[in-house]
Design a protein around this ligand. Sequence first.
Ligand SMILES: [Zn+2]
Length: 133
Amino acid sequence: MSRTHDILKTHPEANPAKEALLAWEEEYDQLRETVSELHGKNEALQDQLAGLEQKLSAAKETPEGYVAGQGALWLVGADGRVEKLAYCPTCKLVMTPFPSDYPVALVCTACKHKAPFAYQDLEETWAGVNSTL
Ligand SMILES: [Zn+2]
């Protein structure tokens, strides 16, 4: 028995509005179901957002002894110049030439991040980062 039927039982004077009340009840139940679905989706999205914010924050942190530039991290040597090796900004690992036989890009083997500059431009990019120090 629906809530509308319960109400009509105790308030028979509302019977002329029975069809409208039943339609509203059905609409109300559908809206409750939709709200419940959206609540679940919102929770999942909030969890996903928190994870992405954490990753982004970790990626933005420049570790001690490195400088960030041109979409990579560069290790600063004792002489104050950066080494000619690009490090992944997320994993902090040296990015490797890819493909190995005729490299066109620098790629992180851990997370597959690709440097925003071509392998052929490593020398020029490295010189550019050095000139900003
Ligand atoms: Zn990486």
